[in-house]
Design a binder for this molecule. Structure first.
Ligand code: HQG
Length: 180
């Protein structure tokens, strides 16, 4: 399999593990896990392909581990639109976090802050380069916004960090956004 195949498979895996497991005949447990064997059968892929995606993934989107019952399981580390409880614990954020987006969204974001949309949380990046990559998924020019996470934390906003290093919070009110 070449790189393009792995990216395609990674997207199918994201669809199954974050958004539409039912479309693949899968049911995730309350924390988003599904047994690896079931997952391979449902997506009709073999173990080597799964390992290639999990190991080679640029963002480490997927976690594979042995569950308490001894059965190997897989889940997405973040990005769900279906209700799963990842069991993330609140962590104090770095002073500044970043959000990369498209220029077209900036006026609205400056007016009303960052909303989580269909996802569980607003996704924030630990550094400008990562935020730029996230923003590059949008059309047009990329804008990187800085977030005064220290002030948010002082004011009682809670932050989480996913297993793959994405910072998560419920919402970012406009007052905590600064330029780039
Ligand atoms: C925008 C990828 C107008 C926001 C990435 C973003 C990330 C507003 C879009 C993860 C707004 C939502 C999430 C407002 C927010 N007005 N636009 N008030 N508030 N927005 O995809 O952060 O590759 O749900 O700027 O790497 O882009 O899937 O969020 O452009 O970690 O693993 O609404 O998805 O991860 O888009 O990306 P998304 P995101 P994966």
């Amino acid at each position: 399999v070449d790189h393009a195949d792995l990216v395609r498979l990674s997207k199918r895996m994201s669809l199954a593990l974050r958004h539409q497991p039912g479309r693949f005949g899968l049911t995730l447990d309350g924390a988003g896990w599904v047994p690896v064997g079931e997952f391979l059968a449902a997506l009709r892929i073999d173990r080597a392909d799964l390992d290639a995606v999990v190991a080679g993934n640029d963002k480490q989107r997927f976690a594979v581990e042995r569950g308490p019952d001894g059965v190997e399981r897989i889940r997405a580390s973040q990005g769900h639109s279906i209700p799963v409880d990842l069991g993330l614990v609140p962590v104090p954020p770095p002073d500044t976090l970043y959000h990369g987006t498209g220029a077209a969204a900036v006026a609205s974001i400056r007016a009303s802050g960052l909303h989580r949309g269909g996802r569980h949380h607003v996704h924030l990046s630990p550094d400008v380069e990562t935020a730029r990559r996230v923003g590059a998924r949008r059309n047009g020019a990329v804008v990187v916004l800085s977030i005064d996470a220290a002030a948010m934390a002082r004011d009682g906003h809670v932050f989480y960090r996913s297993a793959n290093g994405v910072w998560l919070t419920d919402a970012v009110p406009a007052g905590y956004l600064t330029g780039t």
